[in-house]
Design a protein around this ligand. Structure first.
Ligand code: 5GP
Ligand code: MN
Length: 343
């Protein structure tokens, strides 16, 4: 984002505006954290801001400041469309292509005549934003929102609510500050957010120690279903719709499960295949360590994308056929898999 663009955005935000903030579909901690932080910042500046999420988000994020003010496009369609139509600026946070909001909301956004400000850390952003702040080296969109506030001379505006939201997204997108994208800058920002009122122990507790018993049992089932292919440094997990139903699956229950496959000693590529009968797809989450790019793998084979070490995708054939296809493709990557990562 150039100095000139910053100047233009400052100018845009210098008088009260109607502004909408949009995270991606199935918003995670980073998407909700960045959206709610931006919401709070804009409200405090005197704007009329509305967060319009494409759909619902997991219960373990519902304690977040101002979370009750979030509109869900699929459930509160009329209100959401009205907010979008009346706004002159939309912030697109934590995603890089309009289709990531889902096809219904994408239609509405495609007709939008106002300005888009996109802040995101995914690779290869689509050319749709009036103002684009993209940096794939940064761990989280929440950290990017902090940098955006720096550019806006807005760090002093960070109150306890904003600090709490930004902390949450940085924490969830870095796997609690352990992924390689976590830098000394990240830790300095985290320290500043704690100084500004983020209650770190409470946030970790709210997000990670709020499991239902059935969620933990579903995790147990996932671990039982895990298959390790030692010679290809790969592990994968499957969950069928019947298995999800048996453990009373709730939104967000499978979040993070793929990381258990990546935690197997020697494994550098982990995948979870989750059957979704409602959408008639298999949702795929991919994770890697080192140089092996799951963004590339997901783009090439499973209609998806993301980052080098964390990506998602989908398949429209059955769970069994999807896994069979995956196993057919995998050996083509043998040398990349074996040379990706030195522990
Ligand atoms: P997750 O596996 O947690 O759903 O997603 C991992 C990462 O990949 C996230 O950063 C997410 O934004 C991205 N991602 C997930 N699904 C898709 C997809 O279908 N398409 C693209 N382009 N990115 C995805
Ligand atoms: Mn993110």
């Amino acid at each position: 984002m150039s100095t000139n663009e910053i100047k233009e955005i400052k100018e845009l935000l210098s008088s009260p505006k109607k502004i909408v903030i949009v995270p991606h579909r199935n918003p995670d901690g980073d998407a909700m954290g960045s959206s709610l932080a931006m919401y709070n910042y804009l409200i405090n500046l005197g704007h009329e801001a509305t967060v319009v999420a494409p759909n619902d988000y997991p219960d373990f994020l519902k304690w977040m400041p101002n979370s009750k003010d979030v509109l869900k496009f699929d459930m509160q369609n009329r209100q959401s469309k009205k907010a979008i139509e009346e706004s002159s600026i939309i912030f697109l946070l934590d995603f890089n292509a309009l289709h990531r909001v889902g096809s219904d909301m994408e239609k509405t956004l495609k007709e939008y005549k106002g300005s888009y400000i996109m802040i995101d850390h995914h690779q290869q952003p689509d050319d749709i934003a009036t103002y684009l702040f993209s940096d794939t080296s940064i761990c989280s969109t929440c950290q990017m929102v902090y940098h955006f506030l720096e550019k806006m001379d807005g760090i002093s505006e960070i109150n306890k609510e904003i600090a709490t939201s930004l902390y949450t997204g940085i924490m969830t997108d870095t796997g609690s500050f352990r992924f390689p994208s976590t830098t000394s800058v990240t830790h300095r920002i985290i320290a500043d957010l704690i100084d500004k009122g983020a209650e770190n122990a409470k946030i970790h507790n709210n997000v990670y120690d709020s499991n239902s018993f059935s969620r933990l049992q579903l995790l147990g089932k996932s671990l039982t279903n895990m298959v390790v292919i030692k010679e290809l440094k790969t592990a994968y997990i499957t969950l069928s719709q019947a298995e999800l139903d048996a453990y009373n699956y709730q939104k967000g229950d499978t979040e993070g499960v793929v990381n258990y496959a990546l935690s197997v000693d020697g494994v550098i590529f982990a995948v979870i295949f989750i059957e979704d009968s409602d959408q008639s797809i298999i949702k795929i989450s991919l994770r890697s360590k080192g140089k092996f790019s799951v963004n590339k793998f997901a783009r090439n084979h499973f209609d998806g994308g993301g980052h080098d070490n964390a990506a998602g995708g989908k398949s429209t054939i059955s769970l069994e056929d999807t896994v069979a296809e995956f196993l057919k493709i995998l050996p083509e990557y043998k040398s990349e898999l074996l040379n990706s990562y030195e522990a």
